[in-house]
Design a protein around this ligand. Structure first.
Ligand code: SF4
Ligand code: SF4
Ligand code: SF4
Length: 240
């Protein structure tokens, strides 16, 4: 979300549709008290619970729903909920903090060999052609890894009859993503297209934006029809 804000709320190129929706949206995050197979947020210094950006964080414990307020907007919202009482019982707060620590311990253990975000960028930069060829063998250019990614921001503007302009999600994994007038296409070759997503997330975006471009959610791994696991590629690069 921080990256989306940086891109779509840029002073010079503000996306007014995003901006309007962002202003009228209350962000409620949910604390993770369990992990899925490919979760690796902590490897990139992202906690499995919100500490900022969201307005409210929700946690379920011992049959109760607990809200942590993270912004004035969240504070105002909570005031409007009848029956929402302040938590005065320290044992409830302690139990939530304990669950945070337990989740972090699971993530740390399950991703103990995974490089951090900066190291991943350096590994991606220096990866040789043969790695991109090897790992893209099973890629079918379906674009699932990008369309499901919470930090992907590419879109197409399509002119329709009647002066209608339609904005549509785009994905660099689709053939033709970089095709220009005259037919030239820098990403015509599959391994080059495949590499583009990695370079975008771990090398190029970190050079231009403050916010991280991969949350470590693992959704691209879950969604991949070719069963390509980006973290296996990174572990391979660590060992090369
Ligand atoms: S270039 Fe690819 S990886 Fe980067 S934001 Fe666009 S679709 Fe996502
Ligand atoms: S793990 Fe995959 S889907 Fe999740 S943010 Fe990173 S690149 Fe995107
Ligand atoms: S989801 Fe997998 S198969 Fe589909 S474009 Fe991404 S890497 Fe290729």
């Amino acid at each position: 979300m921080n990256l989306l804000d940086e891109i779509y709320l840029d002073e010079d190129f503000k996306d007014i549709f995003y901006s309007d929706r962002r202003k009228s949206t209350l962000l409620i995050s949910s604390d993770c008290f369990s992990t899925q197979e490919h979760c690796h947020c902590l490897s990139y210094d992202i906690k499995p619970y919100s500490t900022r950006t969201a307005d409210l964080a929700i946690a379920r414990t011992n049959g109760s729903i607990i809200f942590r307020t993270l912004s004035d907007k969240g504070e105002e919202f909570i005031k409007k909920i009848s029956g929402a009482d302040p938590v005065n019982d320290n044992s409830i707060i302690d139990s939530i903090e304990l669950k945070h620590k337990e989740t972090e311990a699971i993530l740390k253990k399950s991703n103990k060999d995974l490089p951090d975000y900066q190291t991943t960028g350096r590994l991606t930069d220096s990866a040789k052609e043969d790695k991109w060829e090897k790992y893209s063998t099973n890629c079918v250019s379906c674009g699932a890894c990008t369309t499901i990614c919470p930090t992907c921001t590419c879109f197409l503007l399509i002119d329709k009859p009647g002066f209608e302009k339609v904005k549509q999600l785009d994905a660099c994994q689709y053939p033709g993503f970089e095709r220009v007038a005259g037919g030239e296409d820098a990403l015509h070759e599959l391994p080059h297209r495949f590499r583009n997503r990695y370079m975008c997330k771990y090398s190029w975006k970190p050079k231009f934006f403050k916010s991280i471009a991969c949350t470590g959610c693992g959704r691209c791994i879950e969604a991949c029809i070719g069963k390509i696991n980006k973290n296996e590629l990174f572990l391979d690069l660590v060992q090369s």
